[in-house]
Design a protein around this ligand. Structure first.
Ligand code: CAO
Length: 426
């Protein structure tokens, strides 16, 4: 007993690239035994993608596959298939994000899986749900475009824009993890497994919910918190891109701070929350706006947002972003510095909380990663490095399938697993 929340849950992790691996990594952090099945020779394609050190697992791979074990199995080899089916009978969940139809082509149909293990949960990520695009292969940015994020991100007169946040991949991985834990809970009551399906388009749309809200509001008039309202620009038939305008009833913008001419991140996000309007007026030197009928209420201010933010920016430009943050926070004015990845990597508080973690890797050396952002008070998570390709093949055959040394040697010699990587000295 390790006392971790998902102790005893065994996951057959047939995922690759980003969406599926983020899901199984979360489950591994919560204590599930995640067995990553990889194709002999190459493994998850991301091991070789964006490699910064030749011949060493990329950061793309290492940062998505912590706390897992790796076994190489050729699912198209007879002996490999047999090992796979034995593992399926020993696992609680099979997670996969292959292209539509690939799992069936491997012979792993839902019917066959259920017959082999009625308690098994089959969790899948696909680009699209049922419909005209159901057979399409999908990557992150396709999902951001099809899920409504790109059409609503960026500037009104610019191109649709995708976000740096991987809402299609990592966002869908998060949705899938919740689905799996829910299905596990359901299984404790019924003993039955079920399918958990998450489409990346649906996951992105779920995260763009407020934009579908605004689409419907448009039928009843313009959206007054969007800058174009104050600029007198007419709204069209669909939700426009709104730059950095805040989505809710508390207008906000990104404003320049001292040093913006040289530093691309010398900016602050400033929210003109109604509750702190008076201190905002005092700080920016416009005490008259506290009582002026054109500025006194949030509604009255909406047509004047450009003027208001220009005035606030004249103040923020006199301060660097952290200094501005300190001054504004003293008055509970919601604001946030635009932090660069360099600043985040060096942030002591994020290191102390385990959100930014340094991990040691046998062929790479130390690297930084993002730890578990979900903190449980009774269960701290220790982040362990990603496995080398097939590193745990023998161990899994022995521990999970109970294979003898002779049987392991036979499987390894059958061509089912290919060459496996081992740690030289750790
Ligand atoms: N042994 C034998 N064959 C294996 C194997 C193994 N261990 N693991 C994978 N394969 C085979 C599959 O069976 C498949 O073969 P067939 O096409 O002959 O059936 C083949 O590898 C390729 O799988 P794939 O089509 O999923 O991979 P791809 O690189 O061509 O496509 C992706 C990648 C991501 C576009 C596709 O998997 C996909 O659309 N997935 C669903 C959506 C998703 O998760 N996207 C997120 C990706 S991250 O941005």
């Amino acid at each position: 007993m390790t006392g971790t929340p998902l102790d005893g849950v065994r996951i057959l992790d047939f995922t690759h690239v980003q969406s599926g691996p983020t899901c199984t990594q979360l489950l591994a952090w919560f204590g599930a035994d995640v067995i990553k099945v990889e194709r002999p020779g190459t493994g998850d394609a991301t091991r070789q993608q964006l490699q910064d050190i030749p011949g060493v697992d990329s950061l793309y791979f290492t940062m998505l596959n912590h706390n897992k074990r790796s076994i190489t199995i050729d699912a198209k080899n007879a002996a490999g298939r047999e090992v796979l089916w034995r593992l399926i009978r020993e696992c609680d969940v099979l997670v996969e994000n292959f292209a539509p139809g690939a799992l069936d082509r491997m012979g792993l149909t839902w019917e066959a899986l259920q017959a082999a293990n009625p308690g098994l949960i089959l969790a899948s990520v696909k680009g699209f749900g049922p419909g005209r695009y159901q057979d399409c292969k999908v990557y992150e940015n396709v999902a951001q475009c099809a899920g409504g994020a790109a059409s609503t991100t960026g500037w009104r007169d610019g191109l649709p824009t995708v976000s740096g946040a991987q809402i299609g991949d990592s966002g869908t991985g998060l949705h899938l993890a919740l689905g799996i834990v829910t299905a596990l809970y359901h299984r404790t009551q019924t003993g039955r497994g079920q399918r958990v399906d998450c489409a990346m388009q649906d996951g992105v749309l779920n995260l763009c919910r407020v934009k579908l809200r605004d689409q419907q509001r448009l039928a009843h008039g313009p959206l007054p918190e969007y800058s174009q309202f104050g600029e007198g620009v007419e709204f069209g038939e669909s939700v426009p891109r709104a730059g950095n305008d805040s989505g809710g009833g508390q207008p906000g913008r990104i404003l320049k701070c001292k040093g913006w001419e040289q530093d691309p991140n010398a900016y602050i996000y400033f929210i003109t929350q109604g509750a702190v309007w008076e201190p905002i007026c005092d700080i920016i030197g416009e005490p008259g706006w506290k009582t002026d009928p054109d500025y006194v209420t949030p509604k009255a201010r909406l047509p004047h947002l450009n003027e208001i933010f220009t005035r606030i920016e004249a103040w923020t430009m006199k301060h660097d972003k952290l200094e501005a943050m300190e001054i504004l926070n003293a008055y509970d004015i919601p604001c946030g510095p635009i932090l660069s990845m360099k600043e985040i990597a060096e942030d002591e508080a994020l290191r102390a909380s385990g959100t930014v973690v340094e991990v040691e890797h046998p062929t790479r050396g130390p690297y930084l990663t993002v730890g578990n952002p979900i903190k449980l008070s009774a269960n701290s998570v220790s982040i362990t490095r990603s496995p080398l390709l097939g590193e745990h093949t023998d161990e899994i055959l022995r521990d999970v399938l109970g294979c003898s040394d002779t049987e392991i040697a036979k499987i390894l010699g059958s061509g089912a697993t290919g060459a496996v990587q081992r740690v030289a000295a750790e």
